[in-house]
Design a protein. Structure first.
Length: 253
């Protein structure tokens, strides 16, 4: 079992994590660079955190919306143990942790690759990491970079997002950060359920036209879509933060 580290991220803010440097990078991305700034939600919003990792986004959300209800999805064993500890440590109420991945169909055992030196990059699609490895290898020794993408096989359950949507229950926000499986997550929503979702924010790496495909899918469901480069990630890696909002609901908060 991978040991977890207890590290300070800011004055008075300690977090459990399987990898200290990555947690500090994620903290900077969310809290200092404003990766998720500008999201307006009602006080008791229902939020689905898909790809919750160690819980930094959930903490960020609950800091500003303490009455929000969160369902946090994380399939990797070490990060999910850290997530549970962090939820308990910081007294985050109304947070339900789901230890599974989301995808286009229900499957009981799907092969994922867990990267002990880069847990947040763990993925169902390791081939997607080649561009990232190539770009980062221009900034440092390739052998060192590749060492961070040596994966351990992990088999996890995959469920459709539709299983967690309830008729008549408004979902204020779906946040998706799933390392190449964004379209899988979106395809797991039944056509009649899209009206339940007010807003999405996704991290999308634009490989093989993926950004355009995500954009088209969301616009077809009635969302306005805007994309901007993800902070802290080199531009050549082609990673974007995509915001999708319903124009009739975005102003309501």
């Amino acid at each position: 079992m991978t040991d977890l580290l207890d590290i300070p991220l800011d004055e008075g803010l300690d977090f459990w994590t399987p990898h200290a440097d990555e947690a500090r990078w994620q903290y900077e991305e969310i809290f200092d660079q404003g990766c998720y700034d500008g999201i307006r939600l009602r006080p008791d919003a229902l939020v689905l955190d898909v790809g919750a990792n160690i819980g930094l986004f959930t903490y960020f959300l609950k800091r500003d919306h303490p009455a929000a209800r969160v369902r946090a999805f994380e399939p990797m064993p070490a990060p999910v143990r850290a997530l549970r500890r962090n939820v308990a440590r910081h007294g985050l109420r109304d947070v339900v942790v789901e230890e599974c991945a989301l995808g286009g169909e229900d499957q009981d055992e799907v092969l994922f690759h867990y990267y002990p030196l880069a847990p947040g990059n763990s993925t169902r699609y390791p081939a997607d990491k080649e561009l990232q490895i190539a770009v980062l290898s221009r900034l440092g020794a390739e052998e060192h970079v590749r060492s961070h993408y040596v994966g351990e096989p992990v088999r996890v359950p995959v469920r459709r997002l539709s299983s967690f949507l309830t008729a008549g229950e408004r979902v204020d926000l779906v946040k998706v950060d799933v390392e190449g499986a964004e379209l899988d997550v979106l395809r797991g929503v039944d056509p009649g359920q899209w009206a339940l979702i007010d807003r999405l924010v996704l991290e999308v790496q634009d490989l093989d036209g993926r950004l355009a495909e995500v954009d088209a899918l969301l616009r077809a469901r009635g969302f306005e879509v805007a994309a901007r480069p993800s902070p802290l990630i080199p531009e050549e890696i082609r990673t974007f933060v995509v915001h999708a909002t319903r124009p009739d609901r975005a102003r309501r908060g």
